[in-house]
Ligand binder design. Structure first.
Ligand code: ADP
Length: 577
């Protein structure tokens, strides 16, 4: 039979598991904060860094291309001016004139005021020196250039600029040669490499960059700034291919600008190392990353602390709300049961009275009619006895039911320790019979303004239950204590304790696990409603080392007016700890 229909939905009383629900909420909020706060930071930092690198690369490509173009023009101009000077000399002078002693010296001095040319030679059609001016006179004067590639090219084409070679002098150099129109002789000048190389030295290619000339075979015509003596094969292949287009190429973390010069015989290469050039940018970017990570950590720590505090408060508030709802629910239940119990007890008491009287009357009649009814007398007496026993049990129940609605018998100052002493003494014999020790562990708690008789009923009920639970051989420890605002009596037994299910229903009317003759299931529910009336509370839990622990809590109000005693903050919940 369902006695009570709750006005508070059971869902509202669901206690959320700490480890799952609230921990999940905390983690979820922290993750959300991290994602929301960090995503824009990271996106901004990544896009700006990407954008910066792109625009740097574009800018650098443009300036590298224009630098290559300007250097190519300067070098081409330099070479062609050397050619032009020699061409003018060949046109102005005959072989015979230049062969005369001292004539070539004069010409050399006239054209070489800027020291661009190291030496000058007049060579006849067979490759023999006719005249020479320069520092290698001893070494070169008797040499024949008939088999030298530059000589044949010059004789063939009329003019020629060679690649860098060591030649008879054994020093790397290159020559400019111009032949006479009838190819009977030629003028050859050796270019000052130091001055020539300077044409490239001024090219700004940044740290880790390089600027050099290579011939079509990939051999260096000017020194590499990085000290390279030969180009790696892959780089050479890339350059030769890139040289055709003349654009800027990105290759292996470097930018290359190329330009063909000397009629396509040489390739000018300007190279910038991207990472080295961007070093400062990378340093600034890394600083930004460190700042972002620090900011992220601060956000993480602050938000974690805030979220934890918030969720803990929500959890606490939820706990308080559930505790309050539980108390309201139990109070509603008790109020209803109290009214129902009073009605039922009143209605049943009268018929029980009559049945009991009639059983007594039957007994009396049987005494008178003994002779006639002798055969069934024993049966009749048995039946009348059974009726009386059941009436007794029924009236015990109705009597207890009245406990729900019983008005107070009267309040006064109660010495709780003394009341406990007295109540324990009622049950000591019973306990001894079952070898159960009742230990008293009382503190100095003074007196409380309450209803002694009703408190005693509660204590008796809890002690009786404890003796039943322990059965044989065990102990019950009764302790008292006091805090600023409450008095407590604790009953800890060595019985089997309470299962989770029992713990939920233990204060429900008619909930019992005892045999039919022994239990009515009303003791704890009545005790609960008594404690509520007294402004206190009764709590049940399992002990840390086993057994059950029942705690009776009373407000320790100083005032004798119990209505002013604090009722709300006595306990956090009901019994489901
Ligand atoms: P009754 O004693 O008539 O069964 P109560 O309301 O006093 O009714 O008790 C209800 C039930 O609570 C008991 O049947 C028992 O299952 C359980 N109970 C009460 N006290 C204890 C205890 N100390 N140890 C274990 N179970 C207990």
């Amino acid at each position: 039979m369902k006695l009570y229909s709750a006005t508070i939905p059971a869902d509202a009383l669901k206690v959320r598991s700490k480890t799952s629900y609230y921990a999940r909420q905390k983690n979820l909020f922290v993750m959300l904060v991290i994602v929301i706060s960090l995503t824009p930071l990271l996106v901004i930092s990544w896009t700006s860094s990407h954008f910066y690198r792109q625009s740097w690369q574009k800018q650098t490509s443009l300036s590298l291309a224009s630098l290559a173009e300007s250097r190519k023009e300067v070098i081409d101009l330099f070479l062609s001016s050397q050619e032009d000077i020699l061409s003018s000399l060949v046109a102005l002078h005959s072989k015979a004139e230049l062969e005369k002693p001292g004539a070539l010296n004069k010409v050399f001095a006239a054209i070489n005021s800027s020291k661009v040319i190291i030496d000058l030679g007049v060579i006849d059609e067979s490759g023999r020196h006719l005249a020479y001016v320069g520092p290698f006179k001893q070494k070169l004067l008797d040499k024949n250039y008939g088999a030298s590639p530059w000589f044949s090219e010059a004789m063939k084409n009329g003019r020629y600029i060679s690649d860098v070679f060591e030649g008879f002098r054994g020093v790397p150099h290159f020559v400019v040669a111009v032949a006479s129109p009838d190819r009977s002789w030629l003028l050859r000048a050796t270019v000052n490499s130091e001055l020539f190389n300077k044409l490239l030295e001024s090219a700004e290619v940044g740290p880790g960059g390089d600027a050099y000339l290579v011939n079509i075979g990939g051999e260096f015509q000017t020194p590499s700034r990085l000290g390279l003596t030969a180009l790696p094969k892959a780089e050479q292949a890339m350059l030769m291919q890139a040289g055709e287009g003349g654009d800027v190429h990105a290759w292996q973390n470097s930018l290359y600008a190329t330009a063909r010069l000397n009629n396509g015989a040489w390739l000018l290469v300007l190279k910038t190392d991207i990472d080295t050039s961007l070093k400062e940018f990378y340093q600034a970017r890394n600083r930004d990353f460190v700042i972002i990570i620090c900011a992220a950590l601060i956000i993480l720590v602050v938000s974690t602390v805030l979220i934890r505090t918030m969720v803990n408060q929500i959890e606490k508030a939820d706990g308080q709300r559930i505790g309050l709802l539980n108390r309201i629910r139990q109070a509603e239940k008790m109020g209803l049961v109290g009214r129902l119990a009073a009605g039922v007890a009143h209605e049943i008491n009268n018929p029980l009275q009559i049945i009991g009287d009639q059983a007594g009357w039957i007994d009396e009649l049987l005494d008178d009619d003994r002779e006639r009814q002798l055969e069934n007398l024993k049966e009749y007496r048995n039946a009348a006895g059974k009726i009386r026993d059941q009436v007794k049990r029924a009236s015990a129940i109705t009597h207890r039911l009245l406990g729900f609605s019983r008005k107070e018998s009267g309040r006064g100052l109660v010495d709780l320790n003394k009341l406990l002493d007295e109540t324990v003494s009622f049950l000591e014999n019973e306990a001894r019979k079952h070898r159960i020790l009742i230990r008293k562990n009382f503190s100095e708690i003074g007196q409380v303004f309450s209803d002694g008789a009703q408190l005693q009923q509660v204590i008796l009920n809890i002690l009786n239950n404890a003796i039943d639970a322990v059965g044989e051989d065990g102990a019950i420890t009764v302790s008292t204590g006091r805090t600023a605002d409450r008095l407590t009596i604790e009953f800890a037994d060595t019985g089997p304790g309470l299962s989770g299910d029992d713990l939920k229903r233990i204060f429900d009317p008619f909930f019992t696990t005892k045999e039919k003759e022994k239990g009515t299931g009303l003791g704890l529910s009545i005790s609960y409603s008594i404690m509520q009336r007294l402004g206190g509370e009764i709590l049940a839990r399992n002990g840390e080392t086993g057994g059950s622990v029942f705690t009776v809590v009373l407000p320790a109000g100083k005032s004798t007016d119990t209505k002013s005693l604090p009722r709300g903050d006595i306990s956090k919940g009901l019994c489901n700890e």
